[in-house]
Design a binder for this molecule. Sequence first.
Ligand SMILES: N[C@@H](CCC(=O)N[C@@H](CS)C(=O)NCC(=O)O)C(=O)O
Length: 215
Amino acid sequence: MSTYKLILGNKTYSSWSLRGWLIVKLAGIAFDEEIIFLRKPDTREKILRHSPAGKVPALIEDGRVIWDSLAIGEYLAESFPDRGLWPGDPAARARARAVTAEMHSGFPALRQALPMDLNNHYPGHILAAEVRADVTRIEEIWETCRRDFGSGGAFLFGEPGIADAFFAPVVTRFATYDVALGHTAADYCRTVTDWPLMRQWREEAAEETEVIVFS
Ligand SMILES: N[C@@H](CCC(=O)N[C@@H](CS)C(=O)NCC(=O)O)C(=O)O
């Protein structure tokens, strides 16, 4: 049996780490975690000891490293095809891959303006036009996935999977910055917020004492 270790950044701030962690949890494998605090003088050197990309998350399986959240998702979906990481239906799976890729490569305005910050709340945040446009597209993604493929449960494709892991940090940002949403998006946010894995991650983030000030 393989042994796994997941290298992560701060649970409070590292949105890509949250994505990787959710996917590994969904795969149902036992794993150790190592947290490397971001934005420290030795952060890069510490991450490079594990991952040649200098980024977290990185999954180490028996000494071999798989870096990048999407690569981790694809690798675990292949390794554990019965765990439902991608939807079973080909049309749903294609859409799940498309929206996951869109999140992985897109929404720079939203990511820049609304950094993940689980232990804070910034009510009254005014969204710039380009951030509002990202929010509108994300709402459209959620609504169309729920409408077309979500009948089997409350997640984007019914049961929770990689696509939900990719949008989970966005859900936390919408809560942190009090982003106003339509009904379907608000319902989906409640589903993700109440997801036991998200509760666990938030509880562990709440125990962190490291603070990063975003300027
Ligand atoms: N495309 C990568 C992005 C990973 C990424 O940017 N991670 C950030 C933390 S959320 C990081 O490692 N930053 C390095 C640093 O801050 O030194 C992925 O999907 O895993």
